[in-house]
Design a protein around this ligand. Structure first.
Ligand SMILES: Cc1ncc(COP(=O)(O)O)c(C=O)c1O
Length: 390
């Protein structure tokens, strides 16, 4: 039996969403065609836009469909940067934090290498909380040179939640647009775009029980951004390409369900998560709950295990039938330490020995029991294997 505790990587598609998805996949027509078939597909697409807008509190015209979180982040960061830079060439600073997902960090670093941008990484504390006071001071002198600020609503590795409205209120005083990657927040905590003060916000379907390959960038009507993809001028000319109406309908259905079950999600998963955290800290005396007492997502439990390689732990847990994640990047078979934990001031060894457990609405007490039952042997095996990065 497999116990799936990696919902933050991708959450299984809900059966009712799968039903919607397959039903709309059979619709024939291009939503840009004027004939009746095309217009049927267009209607489905616009319904989906309306449904998502209602669920996340924005205007329907503000929803720009994309292929997912990565594309949305790229469109927001490059698009806002180019737009602001074109308006005023001296605005080349992009302010963010090094605890962001690579879908945010990498476009910023690319703009730095190729497009004359300068990245400003706001420090974070040992719990992963972004330093608001530091930003306040930084903006006093440097605000006129800032093109945009990008800060995630919740961290996908540690689950730390950012008080987004505090940052948007500060940025607004300086006239700076703020983008937020809300991929890890949506479906776990209330996400209302119109109340957030954001200029742009990224979301994706497959983290909330929808299909992989569809997402959205919510762009406020006041915000301007340069598009990355040119062609047929779809999606307010911000994202050309034939729109994925079936994906959009399934995404909308998943978002509606996720938002409707927010309260149940928190009240069911918080005690389950707390029991899991208490169990881990009891079983492994030197394990550390990564975000400490910082506000966090109800589904997320992230730990470091000193002296262990996260990869070995992951492998041994997997062999015991438990699917979790170590949240660190693994490229070409070489494990890299978690950039998030490094940004939080952990050393290379600690940042390589972590495990992220993320629950879903159907997770049960017995899933947690199975994880806790498998942990001691996996931990012992991983400790014996020790810490290596290659
Ligand atoms: C915080 C965050 N942003 C962006 C992404 C990328 O989203 P997608 O897989 O839809 O491209 C992920 C996925 O892991 C994520 O966790």
């Amino acid at each position: 039996m497999v116990v799936y505790l990696d919902h933050a990587a991708t959450s299984p598609i809900r059966p009712e969403v799968l039903d919607t998805y397959t039903r709309y996949l059979t619709l024939v027509g291009n939503p840009s065609s004027v004939h009746v078939a095309g217009q049927n597909v267009r209607r489905a697409l616009e319904e989906a836009r309306e449904e998502i807008a209602k669920a996340i509190g924005c205007n329907r015209n503000e929803v720009i469909f994309t292929s997912g979180g990565t594309e949305s982040d790229n469109l927001a960061i490059k698009g806002l940067y180019w737009q602001r830079r074109n308006e005023d060439a001296s605005r080349n600073l992009i302010v963010s934090a090094y605890t962001e997902h690579h879908a945010v960090i990498d476009p910023i670093e690319w703009l730095e290498r190729e497009q004359g941008a300068q990245a400003i990484w706001i420090p974070v504390d040992a719990r992963g909380v972004v330093d608001f006071a530091w930003l306040e001071t930084f903006l006093v002198e440097n605000a006129p040179r800032v093109a945009l600020i990008s800060l995630m609503w919740a961290n996908n590795e540690t689950g730390v939640v950012t008080p987004i409205s505090d940052f948007t209120a500060l940025a607004e005083r300086h006239g700076i647009p703020v983008h937020s990657d809300a991929v890890a927040a949506l479906g776990h905590i209330p996400v209302k775009f119109s109340e957030s003060g954001l200029s742009a916000m990224s979301i994706t379907a497959h983290k909330v029980g929808g299909p992989v390959g569809v997402g959205a960038l919510v762009v406020s009507r006041q915000a301007k951004l340069t598009s990355l993809v040119h062609g047929g001028g779809q999606e307010r000319a911000m994202r050309s390409g034939t729109m994925n109406a079936a994906g959009a309908k399934a995404f909308a259905h998943a978002v509606i369900l996720a938002v409707a079950r927010l309260e149940r999600h928190a009240s069911t998963l918080t005690p389950l998560r707390d029991r899991l955290v208490a169990g881990v800290l009891e079983l492994v005396s030197d394990a550390r709950f990564s975000r400490g007492d910082a506000p966090g997502l109800p589904d997320n439990a992230h730990f470091t295990f000193p002296g262990c390689s996260g990869d070995s732990l992951l492998f041994l847990l997997d062999r015991a039938g438990i699917c979790v994640s170590n949240g660190s990047a693994c490229q070409a078979g070489v494990t890299a330490a978690s950039h998030v934990l490094l940004a939080m001031g952990r050393d290379e060894a600690e940042a390589s020995g972590c495990i992220r457990v993320t629950l879903g609405i159907d997770s049960t007490e017995s899933d947690v029991d199975a994880f806790l039952a498998a942990l001691p042997a996996a931990h012992e095996g991983a400790r014996r294997a020790g810490y290596t990065t290659s």
